[in-house]
Design a protein around this ligand. Structure first.
Ligand SMILES: Nc1ncnc2c1ncn2[C@@H]1O[C@H](COP(=O)(O)OP(=O)(O)OP(=O)(O)O)[C@@H](O)[C@H]1O
Ligand SMILES: CC(C)(CO)[C@@H](O)C(=O)[O-]
Ligand code: BAL
Length: 316
């Protein structure tokens, strides 16, 4: 543990938990903002929201191997811990949890976490307990990243057990992730309130994402087409001009592909159940997309996700 200008930095789970418990004994309410680092304004908006919801904000920075498959960008994921710490300190975070690993290796094993590649995700063979949110994890990102939400739910469970927050703040850019954590907390009786905050965007509409830093200059210029397509769809449904999910999905795909994106998916689903819909005008609808744009690193592509909620007032 170290203290940088009053901000505590923990790498050990037990030290983190002890500190959290001490704060609770003093009557403090704790908010957790889980991240994978390389922080931008989107992350900082979550910290800002967390400050309003609790007395103390803890942020975690951990690029979690179990939510990556071997062929994905775990190695290329951008990292800048010193800069991140300075940003969190400036935002008034009280503590940062930065574990080196959250997955226990068999004593004496030679390999590091990321060198032991499971069939679907990266974790040491010695780790065998996972949390799965059965139905919500399947559609959208679960289609092309079948390992992903199992890794997310498992690591968020661990973070909740270590930090023991009263409230945890997530971004709705990762809309499916937010819904999955909400459901996990409800189904498994975690005593944590889950809050989802709106998407922060760059001036040209591109959703802020740590992975934007990996885009080529040209791809960065073209990627705002994602948000333009989402806005077009929202306008088309809410004005009554279009309600057929298939037609809207095709248009959105076309607009993103024209900008050089390779589509993973563009889907209209019910905003709560994430199940396919027949008529976009009848319920609050999530239009979620994932598309690949060229990267400047050896991975070749960057997978960007974004979404828009249509007819939001129906759900409210
Ligand atoms: N643009 C954004 N607006 C609001 N919240 C965001 C935004 N980007 C990320 N978040 C939220 O920040 C938290 C941590 O996300 P993460 O560290 O993976 O950042 P990220 O920018 O989404 O990275 P990437 O998409 O490249 O993995 C998540 O709850 C995520 O939804
Ligand atoms: C929630 C999370 C920190 C779990 O690793 C990650 O999926 C993210 O940054 O969105
Ligand atoms: N925010 C999403 C984390 C991931 O793509 O692994």
């Amino acid at each position: 543990m170290s203290v940088q200008n009053e901000m505590h930095i923990f790498s050990s789970a037990s030290e983190m938990r002890n500190w959290s418990r001490q704060q609770k004994q003093k009557g403090k309410r704790i908010a957790l903002v889980p991240t994978m680092g390389y922080l931008h304004e989107g992350h900082l908006s979550l910290v800002e929201a967390a400050k309003e919801l609790a007395d103390i904000v803890v942020s975690s920075i951990y690029v979690n191997p179990t939510q990556f498959a071997a062929h994905e960008d775990f190695g290329q994921y951008p990292r800048q811990p010193e800069v991140d710490r300075a940003k969190l300190k400036a935002m008034g975070c009280s503590a940062v949890f930065e574990p080196t690993s959250l997955y226990v290796k068999v004593q004496g094993a030679e390999s590091e976490d990321v060198n032991v590649v499971g069939k679907e995700s990266m974790h040491p063979e010695s780790h065998e307990t996972f949390v799965q949110v059965e139905r919500l994890q399947k559609p959208l990102c679960g289609g092309s990243r079948p390992h992903f939400f199992r890794g997310v739910a498992t690591v968020v469970t661990k973070l909740f057990h270590i930090v023991e927050p009263d409230v945890a703040v997530f971004g709705r850019k990762d809309y499916q992730q937010w819904r999955i954590i909400e459901r996990m907390v409800r189904d498994l009786d975690f005593g944590v309130e889950v809050v989802g905050m709106p998407i922060c965007r760059e001036q040209d509409g591109l959703a802020m994402s740590s992975r934007n830093a990996r885009l080529t200059a040209e791809a960065r210029q073209h990627a705002p087409a994602i948000y333009k397509a989402l806005r077009w769809a929202m306008q088309a449904v809410e004005s009554g001009a279009e309600k057929n999910p298939g037609t809207i999905q095709d248009q959105v795909r076309g607009m993103i592909e024209q900008a050089g994106g390779k589509m993973d998916y563009a889907e209209l689903v019910d905003a709560k159940s994430l199940q396919p819909i027949l008529d976009a005008s009848l319920q609050t609808t999530l239009l979620a997309v994932a598309a690949l744009f060229p990267s400047k690193d050896s991975q070749g592509t960057v997978r960007l996700i974004d979404n828009i909620v249509i007819n939001e007032e129906i759900l409210l």
